[in-house]
Design a protein around this ligand. Sequence first.
Ligand code: ZN
Length: 71
Amino acid sequence: MAKKVANSAGRFGVRYGNMLRKKVNTVESTSRAKHKCPYCGKEGKVKRVAYGIWKCNSCEKVFVGKAYKPY
Ligand SMILES: [Zn+2]
């Protein structure tokens, strides 16, 4: 009985860990993905300079966006 409880708890822990890792991966890839500049339309030139602040290296515009996406 005690063993069974431990097993189910362990299984939940693994599943929760996988979900958490998947979520972290999504956020990481979103913030590192190539973003399109809303001013000049160039892709891959927009870099996040601070939390929610983005800068385009092509037209030098700085704009405020979402934390992990520039728009
Ligand atoms: Zn630009």
